[in-house]
Write a protein that binds this ligand. Structure first.
Ligand code: K2U
Ligand code: ZN
Length: 175
């Protein structure tokens, strides 16, 4: 297994739309395991393949307290949604930003598991929010897209400045 590099906003690769997985084979299962390792190490409660620069419709999630209930959704599709709920969100690809976003309160989702078997899930709360957040990633959408253009521009400027400074620090350390 390997810990993968997580892309950070405003990296344009985060805007690519992921493609459906044709066959859940050992290569896909290896990627799922690497994504889970990367998510737990971050730490986070969800991760989409787009965030590790893989344009496949694969999402891993674990919202359990003990971090021992991994959920994998391949080619996830939201079948039904109802209600509305506002929750403060963060994102491993947008470090240091936590903002309220309104999403559907209840969803039913269909996906393939890591063995290629199809399943359906009805859920609400944090898991429902996380699934919607991760499916957005597969569409090249980030939670900052729900904020005002001014807020998003300020976030972009701050993160780009931090990345530039970090890059300098990295070069200095290497010299
Ligand atoms: O997509 C991701 O970056 C993972 C998100 C999943 C999530 C987002 C919103 C609401 C629920 C789940 C992160 O795991 S959220 C937690 C977080 C955010 C930033 C840094 C560390 C942890
Ligand atoms: Zn995210």
């Amino acid at each position: 297994m390997a810990t993968l590099t997580i892309l950070e906003f405003p990296d344009s690769r985060l805007r690519k739309r992921a493609l459906p997985v044709r066959t859940v084979d050992d290569t896909v299962r290896g990627l799922i395991d690497d994504m889970l390792e990367t998510m737990y190490a971050a730490p986070g409660v969800g991760l989409a393949a787009t965030q590790v620069n893989v344009q496949k419709r694969i999402v891993v999630i674990d919202v359990s307290e003990e971090k021992n209930e991994p959920l994998c959704l391949v080619n996830p599709e939201i079948l039904e949604q109802s209600g509305a709920e506002e929750m403060e969100e963060g994102c491993l690809s947008v470090p240091g930003v936590f903002e309220k976003v309104s999403r559907a309160e209840r969803i039913s989702v269909r996906a393939l598991n890591r063995d290629g078997g199809q399943f359906e899930l009805m859920t609400e709360g944090l898991l429902a929010v996380c699934i919607q957040h991760e499916i957005d990633h597969l569409e090249g959408k980030l939670f900052v897209d729900y904020l005002s253009p001014l807020k998003r521009q300020r976030i972009r400027k701050r993160i780009s400045k931090e990345q530039k400074q970090a890059g300098t620090a990295h070069k200095a350390a290497a010299s």
